[in-house]
Write a protein of this length. Structure first.
Length: 233
């Protein structure tokens, strides 16, 4: 399910300023080219629309690229971006930050995200017991996936919505827990965690391809099932 396209006024503030006013060649162009693509993706724009908007943006820049260079510096770059799990956070844009007082995005995504990252909405030990009882050894690896997702949320200060790809989660599991799993395995276990009500997908990556754009996940206030005669937990 595609997310609804939102107005350009919802661009991150520093990116919005560069988008409307243009920027200089070199470092600023490279940073903002990447940031604009990320922001437009976040707002639900398709690749063809992003290319058109970037071509218009190029005309506002200092020393705009001519037609031949536009193809290499802009159109091909969008295609390259599409082939990667690219992200862009405030830390990467600190050289262009407008400051807390002038950036609504900063207020919404830095302070509040840190608050939202403090606690899981469920008890990890309860989830661990439930998953290992129900799924046996597979349940242990599902707990590793939850812990890897939580670790990424804290380290990257993502806030409530965690934009991350399955390859990244597989890498965290390998490095943190010593288990080698492939991204497709992680994808299948994510689906089980969704079925169990542990997480949900808030933003979907591009369907039909294996993760050109990462999904956005959110932890849910999961509760263990009530004990009854029909429930072994």
């Amino acid at each position: 399910m595609a997310i609804d396209k939102r107005p350009l006024e919802n661009l991150r503030d520093c990116v919005k300023r560069a988008f409307y006013k243009g920027c200089s060649r070199g470092y600023a162009f490279r940073k903002m080219r990447h940031a604009i693509i990320f922001e437009l993706k976040r707002l639900g724009y398709e690749s063809s629309e992003i290319k058109d908007l970037l071509l218009e943006w190029n005309k506002k820049n200092e020393r705009p690229y001519k037609m031949g260079e536009e193809k290499r510096q802009i159109l091909r770059y969008v295609d390259w971006y599409e082939s990667k799990e690219c992200k862009m956070g405030c830390n990467a844009l600190k050289d262009f930050c407008l400051g807390e007082e002038r950036c609504q995005f900063y207020k919404e995504t830095t302070f509040f995200k840190r608050q939202q990252t403090q606690e899981l909405p469920f008890k990890l030990e309860d989830l661990k017991k439930f998953l290992t009882d129900r799924y046996k050894p597979e349940g242990y690896l599902m707990v590793c996936i939850v812990q890897a997702l939580r670790r990424y949320q804290i380290e990257k200060v993502t806030g409530e919505i965690i934009l991350v790809g399955h390859r990244t989660i597989a890498s965290i599991i390998r490095d943190a827990f010593g288990h080698t799993v492939n991204p497709m395995y992680v994808w299948r276990k994510f689906n089980l965690l969704i079925d169990e009500g542990v997480i949900e997908i808030v933003i979907r990556g591009k369907s039909g391809q294996f993760r050109n754009l990462a999904n956005g996940y959110r932890f849910l206030p999961w509760q263990p099932p009530e004990n009854n005669h029909n429930n072994p937990y």
